[in-house]
Design a protein around this ligand. Structure first.
Ligand SMILES: NC(=O)c1ccc[n+]([C@@H]2O[C@H](COP(=O)([O-])OP(=O)(O)OC[C@H]3O[C@@H](n4cnc5c(N)ncnc54)[C@H](OP(=O)(O)O)[C@@H]3O)[C@@H](O)[C@H]2O)c1
Length: 165
């Protein structure tokens, strides 16, 4: 079907408006502000991440940087040395994790606690899923753990150990 000149212009204008609207939505999503939490900041990985954070020049991509600490001395250090907002809560208590995530809108979490168990990670993931449902914004959870390899030799002692495992 051939369109008349005015009808063609009208259709192009409508299409451009739609493209503009989509572009605006993409820009809003791309620049959506995140609040970030780093845990384990007194440790090797978390401490290094926090110490080198400013070098990465990410300020325009997030709103607030929080650091989970366990003592008032750590709280003062992260605030004064690194400009992070300290948070004190028990990462192994589900209600406390949920409260911290929802109240502070923690949409990005670097979980760098040396874990005794992995329950804390589950609490964060659940709370962040709830945050995503409430806000409609993306959430990102990164956690570092370890791998343990068992080498079992065919000796009577280690065979006994293997049977136990
Ligand atoms: N270092 C590496 O090269 C490496 C490589 C691969 C994987 N990993 C894994 O990455 C994780 C972190 O390693 P890392 O070397 O950074 O460990 P790290 O130096 O021993 O630091 C552990 C951190 O976890 C915190 N923490 C421990 N229990 C906690 C709790 N119940 N609540 C809140 N914070 C707690 C400690 O805080 P406090 O100071 O308050 O105790 C400290 O900040 C571990 O799972 C490790 O296996 C590390």
């Amino acid at each position: 079907m051939r369109l008349s000149q005015p009808a063609l212009h009208k259709r192009i204008k409508k299409k451009n408006t739609r493209i503009k609207a989509i572009s605006i939505i993409i820009i809003i999503i791309a620049t959506m502000s995140h609040n970030i939490l780093i845990t384990g900041v007194s440790g090797y990985l978390g401490g290094n991440l926090l110490a080198r954070w400013k070098e990465a020049n990410l300020a325009e991509h997030y709103d607030k940087l929080f650091a989970l600490v366990r003592t008032p001395a750590q709280a003062e250090a992260v605030r004064k040395q690194y400009g992070a907002e300290p948070l004190i809560f028990d990462a192994y208590n589900e209600a406390e994790v949920r409260k911290a995530v929802l109240e502070n809108n923690l949409s990005v979490v670097f979980h760098l606690i040396a874990p005794a168990t992995h329950t804390s990670q589950v609490y964060f993931i659940r709370a962040m899923a709830e945050l995503k449902e409430k806000t409609g914004n993306e959430v990102h959870f990164l956690h570092v753990s370890f791998l343990l390899f068992y080498f079992v030799w065919n000796t009577s002692f280690e065979k006994g150990l293997a049977d136990e495992m």
